[in-house]
Ligand binder design. Sequence first.
Ligand SMILES: [Zn+2]
Length: 51
Amino acid sequence: MKVSSYHSSNKSDPDVYHDHDNCRTGQQIPSYNKLSGTGGFPRCKQCIDKG
Ligand SMILES: [Zn+2]
């Protein structure tokens, strides 16, 4: 399902933002590292593929 943009505050995570809650990469971000917004990053490729 499409959600508002979010990204990880963890520097070791890929520098991308997500906008699907069923993105496998996005799901690996623990809630304490999850920030709303794009963080100025490009969109995650898996999220692009989901539409
Ligand atoms: Zn994603």
